[in-house]
Design a protein around this ligand. Structure first.
Ligand code: FES
Length: 107
C-alpha cells in the first residue's frame, strides 16, 4: 500500500535520515532529487543506517563502516550483505513509499 511521505521526513540533498513510518524503521536518503529508502537495520549487526552518512549513492554504516547502495541495497565490497529496499515514487505532488503493511510493537 502506498503512503504519502510527510515533507519533514525527507532529508535534504546528500543526507540520510532515520524515520519511523507506520511502525517501520526506515533509512531515507535524497540523492539527485530522488528519495531512496532502506530498512533502518544494517544486515551486518543491525546498526541504524539512518545514523550514518552518504558517500555518493552509498550509505556508510556508523558501526563498522560497511557501505550499502541506496539503490540496490547491496554492500559495496561484494561481501554478500543486502539491505531491504522500499519502493518510492513521486505522485500527486508528493513522495510516496510502498509499505507492505503497518508494523507495530518490537522488531
Ligand atoms: S553493523 Fe553495519 S557494518 Fe557492522
Amino acid at each position: 500500500m502506498w503512503h504519502t511521505i510527510p515533507i519533514d521526513k525527507i532529508p535534504e540533498e546528500g543526507k540520510v535520515k532515520r524515520v519511523i513510518m507506520n511502525g517501520h524503521k526506515l533509512c531515507f536518503a535524497t540523492i539527485n532529487g530522488f528519495v531512496y529508502v532502506l530498512k533502518d537495520s544494517c544486515p551486518h549487526a543491525l546498526a541504524s543506517l539512518g545514523r550514518g552518512h552518504l558517500e555518493g549513492d552509498y550509505v556508510v554504516c556508523p558501526a563498522h563502516r560497511l557501505k550499502f547502495s541506496m539503490v540496490t541495497g547491496k554492500d559495496k565490497d561484494g561481501i554478500g550483505y543486502e539491505c531491504t529496499i522500499y519502493e518510492t515514487r513521486f505522485k500527486d505532488n508528493a513522495w510516496q513509499i510502498k509499505l507492505s503493511k503497518d508494523k507495530f510493537g518490537f522488531w
